[in-house]
Write a protein that binds this ligand. Structure first.
Ligand code: TYD
Length: 321
């Protein structure tokens, strides 16, 4: 009797809240190795009814501005949801890769954060720090085979337009003001989404249980410099005047508790797992802008209804004042 071939099947468990969108996975939806399940990581019964041998936890409330407006969904999904996944991993004896963020370290006044840096989160989004500590506790107490990744700011196609890079691209294309918080000199460390995905894959297959891996592309930039770079490239791709686009830049009231700088050291994942970012920033940015220009239908469907209500709460007064 011959053995059946082992095939990896990915279940995508997603509650499809405001940023969830099945359009984003059209390319793989007909694959017999992929299955979508609408559900919540806070639903323990649902988790218990599924068969799997590894969990990748990408499920999170992730937008800092929304966490300032209302922290409750962040605590529920990011902490209680992670607790459910940990319990499931403990019962099954399966691997858990917990995808976290560099924001758990807080603001880097100097130097780079490494995996041993203290956790000093400043926004309610960084409830992710609570979940990281819970993961650590389950490793120590129950021997759960969990690994934590902490990535820097992601960008790329399909990103929900509440985040800075897609927001700038869409507002520039639509001729709307581009809101820059504070003096625009806050620094973020940017990584192309596919580089991040390859890092998570490397950690799933080769990461050591109980370890933490920073995932960054050594690519720090002040926001205003990034915005000017984006506008130059958008002007080039659309054949528009760059001056007209830079005229949309509007400095607005700063975000509360706004971290001045994020910067992480990815030496550990590079040295131990041989992972390297492969996308040069200028190439990633050019590709991302092209994608939003070519996929107007995707984002036109998003920037209405709930999104516009949020946009008004977030920016209405700031832009009027
Ligand atoms: P964001 O994409 O929200 O990511 P994070 O807060 O996780 O870093 O913001 C990136 C940076 O851009 C951050 O310093 C805040 C700033 N920002 C603006 O200046 N204006 C905006 O409209 C947004 C959304 C962000």
């Amino acid at each position: 009797m011959c053995c059946p071939r082992i095939r990896t099947t990915a279940f995508n468990l997603d509650r499809l809240t405001y940023a969830g969108n099945l359009e984003n996975l059209k390319d793989i939806e007909s694959s017999d190795r992929y299955e979508f399940i609408k559900g919540d990581i806070c639903d323990r019964k649902l988790l218990e009814s599924l068969e799997f041998d590894a969990i990748l936890n990408f499920a999170a409330e992730s937008h800092v501005d929304r966490s300032i407006l209302d922290a409750a969904p962040f605590l529920k999904t990011n902490i209680a949801g992670t607790h459910n996944l940990l319990e499931t991993a403990r019962q099954r004896g399966c691997t858990l890769v917990h995808v976290s963020t560099d924001e758990v370290y807080g603001s880097a006044e100097t130097g780079l954060f490494n995996e041993g840096s203290p956790l000093l989160p400043n926004s309610p989004y960084a409830s992710k720090a609570s979940s990281d500590l819970l993961v650590r506790a389950y490793v120590e107490t129950h021997g759960v085979r969990a690994v934590i990744t902490r990535c820097s700011n992601n960008y790329g196609p399909y990103q929900f337009p509440e985040k800075l890079i897609p927001l700038v691209i869409l507002n520039a294309i639509s001729g709307k003001p581009i809101p820059v918080y504070g003096d625009g000199m806050n620094v973020r460390d940017w990584i192309y989404v596919e580089d991040h995905c390859r890092a998570v894959d490397a950690v799933l297959h080769r990461g050591r249980p109980g370890e933490i891996y920073n995932v960054g592309a050594r690519n720090e930039m002040p926001n205003i410099e990034l915005i000017r770079l984006l506008l130059g490239k958008i002007a080039e791709q659309l054949g528009m005047s760059e001056d007209r686009l830079t005229g949309l830049i509007t400095f607005v009231k700063d975000r509360q508790g706004h971290d001045r700088r994020y910067a992480i050291d990815p030496a550990k994942i590079e040295g131990e797992l041989g992972w390297r970012p492969e996308t040069a920033f200028e190439d990633g940015i050019t590709r991302t802008i092209r994608w939003y220009i070519d996929n107007r239908k995707w984002w036109e469907g998003i920037i209405s209804g709930e999104y516009m209500k949020y946009y008004d709460v977030q920016y209405g007064e700031r832009l009027r004042g």
